[in-house]
Design a protein around this ligand. Structure first.
Ligand code: MTE
Ligand code: CO
Length: 433
């Protein structure tokens, strides 16, 4: 992940695009004003064969109910897929792909579009052969089958999962041209599972139990240290996402859900939980999962994901194609600390901020959907969103982040994203100087 300057057709790295707000505003027309006479629908009466002629799909019978036993999206949506950036990692087995955020709406990520991050490829496990063991500082070590797990009381919860490395390529400047690549290491689904605390209570915790070491059944046998407090608070052992079984790439048949905390702790293909009295010293956790600061020291155990937001439309992969007039800006906001209380949007690079409208469920540690409806006069825009959570945490600018954490970090970049929208509606990843 360190070599960020190699070109790629998908990710299209940029040469640190910087835009001056002053230059832009000097040349541009007044922003945000009402544009007369431009509506979102055309007047009826102009001849349009799509209205006047009968089309094939209107004339012939379609496929029957036996043709699509497991439904897939329309062929006209075939471009809506997860994408990877080939130059980011050495091979595809220990790699990442990205959620196409600019193609989605609402707050739920469809199962087939949830970004994937794995260190040893996708484990394909027959649930009948899967076991979860709890051992260590417990009264009686236990082994659960999938059937055993489903006998505990079940809960349904919507949570976002964000990889700590999301937006990591953007620390030194604008790099990747699209919110899929800059922000797409996040997904938000409804999990069905059982509270981890029920399973731990079944095994009986010893008085000196303080830490857990969950382990995956994949080839990377990934482990993480999780403080017991968090496990007893809101962690789930989940076997369903959005109502159906987890997908193999998301940890089928069972994964750990660690609400609001960085994705690497959400161990997939969960096979073992060891209970201990101190954190384990993982090679990865001490070298990789720390935030290197400018002075050479590191932030460690930064588990909670910070308050963050991004405008998904318009954005580099989703330009404005309808011309001036009535326009919808939309995006996502989230916080590992709880609910989002407010999102502001600017179209003039931060001179004026407007309260956006959050629509849809507002759930703790879940993505929130926001909209800002305005009349575009066709002039250049610098659009940004800024989220605030219920605890008063405010999303910082990238400049503020860098002044505190330097530029050596990869993890936990929650800085405000800027898209430069040109007069033709195309958009580019930039930073304002
Ligand atoms: N669990 C196992 N067993 N193996 C892994 O490689 N990757 C972790 C975590 N759990 C990983 C894992 C990382 S770094 C992230 S960000 C999330 O899974 C990604 O979850 P997803 O693939 O559902 O998006
Ligand atoms: Co990760």
């Amino acid at each position: 992940m360190s070599d960020i300057n190699k070109p790629d057709k998908d990710g299209e790295p940029m040469t640190n695009a910087k835009v001056s707000r002053r230059r832009l505003l000097a040349g541009g027309a007044a922003l945000g004003g009402l544009v007369a006479g431009s509506t979102a629908a055309r007047a009826a009466g102009t001849p349009d064969p799509l209205i006047t002629e009968i089309q094939d799909w209107n004339r012939y019978l379609g496929d029957g109910v036996d043709s699509r036993p497991y439904g897939t999206p329309s062929e006209f949506e075939s471009h809506v897929v997860r994408r990877d950036v080939a130059w980011l990692t050495a091979d595809s087995k220990s790699s990442v792909n990205f959620t196409p955020l600019h193609e989605l709406d609402g707050i739920i990520t469809p199962n087939g579009l949830c970004f994937e991050r794995h260190h040893g490829g996708i484990a394909e496990i027959n649930p009948a052969d899967h076991r979860l063991m709890i051992h260590g500082l417990v009264d009686k070590p236990l082994v659960f089958t999938m059937e055993d797990l489903k006998r505990f009381p079940r809960e349904n919860r919507v949570y976002f999962l964000e990889c700590a490395a999301n937006s990591g390529m953007e620390w030194r400047g604008a790099q990747l041209n699209g919110c899929q690549y800059t922000h797409g290491m996040v997904h938000n689904v409804m999990y069905t599972g059982v509270q981890l605390k029920h399973l731990l209570n079944e095994a009986g915790l010893k008085p000196n139990a303080k830490w857990l070491l969950p382990e995956g059944a994949d080839a990377s046998a990934m482990t993480r240290s999780v403080p017991l407090e968090k496990a007893l608070d809101d962690c789930l052992v989940a076997f369903k996402m959005n109502g159906e079984a987890l997908r193999p790439e998301q940890g089928y048949p069972v994964r750990l859900v660690v609400p609001g905390w960085e994705g690497n702790m959400w161990v997939k293909w969960l096979r073992r939980i060891e209970v201990g009295d101190e954190p384990w010293h993982h090679r990865e956790e001490t070298s990789k999962y720390t935030d290197l600061l400018a002075n050479g020291t590191a932030r460690r155990f930064t588990w909670e994901m910070d308050v963050k937001s991004v405008i998904t439309n318009p954005s580099p992969q989703a330009p404005i194609t309808h011309g001036r007039g009535q326009t919808v800006i939309t995006g996502l906001a989230w916080s590992g600390a709880g609910k989002i209380s407010r999102v502001d949007v600017t179209i003039d690079g931060g001179r004026n901020w407007h309260a956006a409208r959050v629509d849809g469920p507002s759930l703790s540690k879940s993505l929130h959907r926001f909209y800002f409806d305005f009349d575009w006069d066709g002039s250049e825009l610098l659009i940004q969103s800024r989220a605030m959570d219920e605890h008063g945490n405010v999303q910082p600018t990238k400049e503020m982040l860098r002044s505190v954490r330097g530029e050596n970090s990869i993890y936990h970049n929650n800085g405000i994203q800027t898209w430069h929208v040109r007069g033709d509606g195309s958009a580019e990843n930039v930073e304002i100087s």
